[in-house]
Write a protein of this length. Structure first.
Length: 340
């Protein structure tokens, strides 16, 4: 009987072992599935770090194309700077109206009377009558940054250059009032380009222009005030090419470039003066006197396009100074009107 019971129990034992093996296999399969699919938290059993990093790389390169590594998209470039009243073209979109002078004194022009803040308010009021439908008036401060002198000074050039600390208050006032600042050069026996380069930190700003005054460009040995200075087209083109390059490299809006003269002999070979697209180049007729004399001089020295025209009105030295309406009646119509 014992042997019989043992014989009867052997098939049952084999079935029990098979169920045990199947149960273990099922448990192992469940663990593998859990390790492969449940992966948002910690690693499951048997999952390696390299497997996870491979999955991350695959996700990172999705959509990058075969054989292309994922790269962050470059940030778009900032918009280019604008003129004080908007846009990037100064002329003929605006008509510029300026006050002229130097820092701290009214002896050389109205701009130097009072504080820079007061100067900004005055030029804004002066510009208002020149606004026309479709052509706003852009106020400007023309600051004599290098003043011709009758003494040689430390460098022997007969020209005193304003330090940045004297220019900056005028720039800040102009900037607050959405006006242009124009740096005027009276180089004496120095040269225009050297002095212009010294003011590059200001000229790379989008609301700062440059003016050159041929009356005060003296030959070697000639003292300012004892003779009328002069320049030539080649010299002016050197300055304007440098200034245009500065505007181009810094993505600046069109920059005002003013050339002062009041006699034809002050600029030799004037038809060869280059008008760069980056610059609004104005041939500016100076000189004081009665209206008829000024009209004749303006007609004589009028510029040919693409050069623009300007005229200076003297508050105390002109006989019967032109009103805004009379100045606008000139032909060609001036693009720049400056009060001194």
């Amino acid at each position: 009987m014992v042997a019989l019971r043992g014989a009867m129990n052997r098939p049952s034992t084999r079935r029990s072992r098979r169920w045990t093996v199947l149960a273990l296999a099922a448990a192992a399969l469940t663990a593998l599935v859990a390790a492969g699919l449940g992966g948002c938290g910690s690693r499951g059993p048997g999952e390696s770090v390299s497997a996870k990093s491979g999955m991350a790389r695959a996700a990172g390169t999705a959509g990058a194309g075969p054989g292309t590594a994922a790269r962050p998209r470059p940030a778009p470039p900032p918009p280019p700077p604008q003129l004080p009243l908007g846009g990037r073209r100064l002329l003929p979109d605006y008509r510029v109206v300026a006050h002229y002078g130097t820092a701290g004194t009214g002896a050389l022009g109205i701009l130097g009377q009072g504080s820079p803040e007061q100067a900004a308010g005055r030029v804004a009021a002066a510009a208002a009558p020149f606004a026309q439908p479709g052509r706003p008036a852009q106020p400007a401060m023309e600051l004599i940054a290098s003043v011709a002198t009758s003494f040689p000074g430390p460098d022997g050039h007969y020209s005193r250059m304003l330090p940045a600390a004297e220019i900056e208050p005028y720039y800040r006032a102009a900037h607050r009032h959405r006006e242009l600042l124009v740096l005027d050069l009276q180089p004496g026996q120095a040269d225009f380009l050297t002095q212009a380069r010294a003011y590059e930190p200001f000229l790379i700003r989008p609301d700062v222009g440059l003016a050159v005054d041929a009356e005060w460009k003296m030959d070697p040995g000639v003292v300012p005030g004892r003779a009328i200075g002069h320049t030539d087209a080649a010299t002016l083109n050197q300055v304007s090419a440098w200034l245009a390059g500065l505007a181009r490299s810094h993505r600046l809006p069109q920059k005002l470039f003013v050339i002062h003269q009041f006699t034809a002999s002050m600029i030799t070979d004037r038809p060869a003066v280059v008008a760069w697209p980056e610059l609004a180049t104005v041939l500016h007729v100076d000189g004081f006197g009665g209206q008829e004399i000024k009209k004749e001089k303006y007609a004589q020295l009028a510029a040919a396009p693409p050069l623009a025209d300007g005229i200076k009105l003297f508050l105390t030295q002109d006989d019967d100074m032109m009103s805004p309406a009379q100045a606008l009646a000139l032909r060609p119509q001036p693009d720049l009107i400056t009060y001194q």
